[in-house]
Ligand binder design. Structure first.
Ligand code: 48H
Length: 256
């Protein structure tokens, strides 16, 4: 016999416990797109306690949509090391250009992260960043449904030694931080430089240079890195997203 209320209790008990475990984390990542997932894996694989808060119901950000809705992405030579690490299959299109199924990529990135104990909490938006003595020391989260309904419901805070903005084109954490008085980022203007027009070669090169700390204890990865530092977008080529995630993980591990 299946008791309905036992199902309810199981959901509440485990759901609450999962969220509670995130309240003191080593690293909080906002966004479960390819760069956030890659960063989480390379941190958690080395024992770092990582949580990803994802606003959407689904994970993967822009990855599962591939290019114009075909579930295909392109990976360049440099990205193959990470593709192989996750056991993702690929085909050579022509020398230096490889195609992969974007749904397989997303599924395997998520599986790799979860197998290494990354906590992924979906339907949860990072709506603010905490700053104490000139450094970020955590984030402020709320349920996405509350945000969408525009209800005035107070959020809760999560402590983290390091925070990663992996929110893609929107650069949400950087934008949120800049709303606060007296804040400057480590960009030339001190603000968000804005994304440049499509140029895959340049965009994929710059992304690794742009993956860095933008405010004490706050790092940026993926598309957000190019948007913050004014580098080009690059269309459905994804090696840079994965490499950027790996790089931000390495930068943070040096400091933990
Ligand atoms: C919690 C949030 C919040 C928030 C947003 O867009 P993404 O896939 O980001 P990346 O950088 O990992 O990958 C970029 C890639 O998908 C892409 O767009 C490319 C390559 N474009 C090239 C081009 O030319 O257009 O994922 C970001 C994730 C999404 O799932 C959002 O829902 C989530 O972040 N998110 N989560 N709190 N405040 N804001």
């Amino acid at each position: 016999m299946i008791k309905d209320t036992t199902v309810s209790k199981a959901i509440l008990k485990r759901g609450f416990a999962e969220l509670l475990k995130t309240i003191d984390s080593d690293v909080v990542i906002a966004g479960a797109g390819p760069s956030g997932l890659s960063a989480s894996y390379y941190l958690a694989r080395d024992g770092v306690n990582v949580v990803i808060f994802e606003r959407a119901l689904k994970v993967g950000g822009g990855m599962p949509g591939g290019g114009i809705g075909f579930p295909v992405i392109v990976i360049q030579e440099d990205g193959l090391e990470i593709i192989n690490e996750f056991g993702i299959s690929y085909e050579e299109f022509e020398k230096g250009y490889y195609t992969a199924n974007s749904i397989e990529c997303t599924a395997k990135l998520v599986a790799g992260a979860i197998d290494n104990h990354v906590r992924i909490i979906n339907l949860t938006t990072v709506e603010d960043i905490m700053v104490k003595e000139g450094k970020t020391n955590g984030v402020v989260i709320n349920r996405t449904a509350i945000e969408l309904a525009k209800l005035h419901v107070d959020p809760i805070s999560v402590r983290a030694r390091f925070t990663i903005d992996a929110t893609g084109h929107a650069t949400e954490l950087a934008k949120t931080l800049l709303k606060r008085k007296g804040i400057r980022l480590t960009t030339p203007s001190g603000g968000i430089e804005g994304e440049g027009p499509m140029w895959a070669e340049r965009g994929e090169k710059d992304i690794l240079l742009n993956t860095k700390e933008i405010f004490p204890n706050l790092y940026v990865t993926g598309m957000a890195a190019n948007a913050v530092f004014g580098s080009p977008r690059m269309g459905p080529i994804f090696g840079g997203m994965l490499l950027s995630g790996k790089k931000v993980a390495e930068l943070i591990k040096e400091r933990l």
